[in-house]
Design a protein around this ligand. Structure first.
Ligand SMILES: *Cc1c(COP(=O)(O)O)cnc(C)c1O
Length: 479
């Protein structure tokens, strides 16, 4: 399109002021305020200007767009005044879905956040003395109960302490900086991992001002490799849980027990980045090879770091549990002040930990989801499909079939662990699998599904029972 034609189109665009004076815009201003409406008009006009500039509009299509301008401004306004962060239905069967907010919180955690954050609280106030208190006492006492164990033989429970920072990446940074700044950290080449969202052990190490001392090879690291690397600059022996991948085949890894013995012999702290760090034994739900926090402490690891919103099922947080003298060094590091968490996190974490103390594991959504049996999920799926099919025409466009499948833990935990489940497989006469899944995403609330081999798969393991009804409604609308 010529420049002359384009400028003719630009001339047709009304000004913001002209639009603001229109009667229907006036009505909108009454409800939503002048500045919000003016802002939406500006956004819509700017979009039209851009489309003209790109040659995407001719005279006819511009006239059409101008005719429907009010509706477009109104939609823009609703969008700009609405939330961007939305609750949704996770039908992927990935329990700790990093892109979908990892662990949903327990009801008790939400209640406790609400109660303590909508009023003042004793966050850093000692009610007994009336003096300044410490924010970590609220959860440290519960961690002591949970990690207090007769098997932690040589140590009294009071010798284990826990602090909370923003996330596990921050926990690793703070721990390494406190224990190894200016010195060396010995780690196996098979454990120099990258976790999603650009957490790379070597990068965190350099930010902590510790020098990485790599030992062994990608697939094999023996105890002797650690031992020969120890020198007078060594500060920490580090183990990193391979939380999102596995090395199989010709492999060797130093055992935890022998590493503990080596660390004691050479008087170096042994630190383990567990990543997920379960607080309950997961063997009962069929998940093997996912080390628990207690397993590591029992084995004699001095410091463990783990996330609050992975297998623990609480808020985003990084937890550092271990020898009280080492944790005290981290608490007095000025980095701790920069990485500490707010009252919302403490409240959600305290309530989540209390559920563990009371052994009320079903109160923690991720634990409940892990414990759901394939039969329970299958029964719910059958009920849901039957409900959608009532009222469905004989020649329905949407076909639903039940089939066996697998749910995964996700979130960088138990990379090979899967849980047997029943899936609802959807196909549609008029829509491809990608189109169908896009339609589900466009729903309010959005439904996120898996697409595999031309089918859309729904796994109710990660769908809350109260979400079955809105899920039924959206499926019924596609028949
Ligand atoms: C997930 C994970 C991290 C990062 O934890 P965030 O809480 O996401 O910061 C670090 N190390 C390991 C081994 C992990 O699995």
């Amino acid at each position: 399109m010529s420049t002359a034609n384009k400028s003719a189109l630009f001339q047709k665009l009304p000004s913001t002021d002209e639009l603001l004076r229109q009667p229907d815009m006036q009505a909108l201003i009454e409800c939503e305020g002048h500045s919000a409406v003016a802002e939406s008009i500006r956004v819509v006009l700017a979009r039209l200007r851009q489309e003209i500039g790109n040659g995407e509009l001719d005279e006819k299509s511009l006239d059409l767009a101008l005719g429907g301008l009010f509706a477009v401004v109104e939609r823009q306004l609703r969008q700009s005044l609405g939330y961007s962060l939305l609750p949704l239905i996770n039908a992927t069967g990935v329990i700790l879905h990093t892109n979908l907010g990892r662990a949903p919180l327990a009801v008790a955690a939400l209640d406790h956040v609400c109660a303590t954050a909508s009023a003042y609280s004793n966050l850093e106030f000692d009610l007994a003395t009336g003096e300044r208190g410490r924010r970590d006492v609220h959860v440290d006492r519960l961690f002591r109960k949970l990690l207090d164990d007769d098997l932690l033989d040589a140590r009294s429970p009071a010798a284990i302490s826990t602090i909370v920072v923003n996330n596990n990446a921050a926990a690793v940074l703070l721990a390494l900086n406190s224990l190894a700044e200016g010195g060396e950290v010995i780690v196996s080449r098979g454990e120099l991992v990258e976790i999603g969202g650009s957490f790379r052990i070597p990068d965190v190490m350099s930010k902590s001002n510790a020098t990485l001392r790599e030992v062994g090879t990608t697939n094999r690291t023996r105890l002797a490799d650690y031992e020969t690397a120890i020198n007078d600059r060594s500060r920490v022996l580090l183990r990193v849980h391979r939380s999102n991948f596995e090395i199989t085949g010709f492999t060797e890894q130093a055992g935890l027990g022998e590493m503990v013995a080596l660390a004691r012999r050479r008087n170096l702290p042994l630190m383990e980045d567990l990543g997920s760090g379960a607080l309950v034994d997961l063997h009962s739900v069929g998940i093997d090879g996912e080390p628990g926090v207690l397993d590591s402490l029992r084995a004699g690891v001095d410091i463990v770091t783990y996330s609050g919103d992975k297998l623990l099922g609480g808020p985003q947080a990084g937890l550092i549990s271990g020898r009280a003298d080492l944790v005290a060094r981290m608490r007095s590091n000025s980095l701790f002040r920069a990485l500490r968490v707010d009252k919302l996190t403490y409240a959600a974490l305290e309530a989540t930990l209390l559920a563990y103390v009371k052994r009320d594991h079903d109160a923690v959504p991720v634990l409940r989801m892990m414990r759901l049996s394939k039969d329970e999920i299958g029964r719910r799926a059958e009920t849901l499909v039957a409900k959608v099919q009532t009222g469905q025409a004989k020649l329905a466009k949407l076909t639903m079939a039940l089939c066996d499948g697998e749910s995964v833990i996700g979130g960088g935990a138990a990379p090979s662990a899967v849980l047997p489940t029943r899936l609802i497989a959807l196909t549609h006469i008029g829509l491809s699998a990608d189109e169908l899944s896009a339609r589900l995403r466009a729903n309010a609330p959005p439904v996120i599904a898996r697409v595999e081999e031309g089918r859309v798969l729904l796994d109710l393991r990660t769908v809350f029972p109260e979400q079955d009804a809105p899920l039924t409604t959206v499926l019924a609308s596609l028949t």
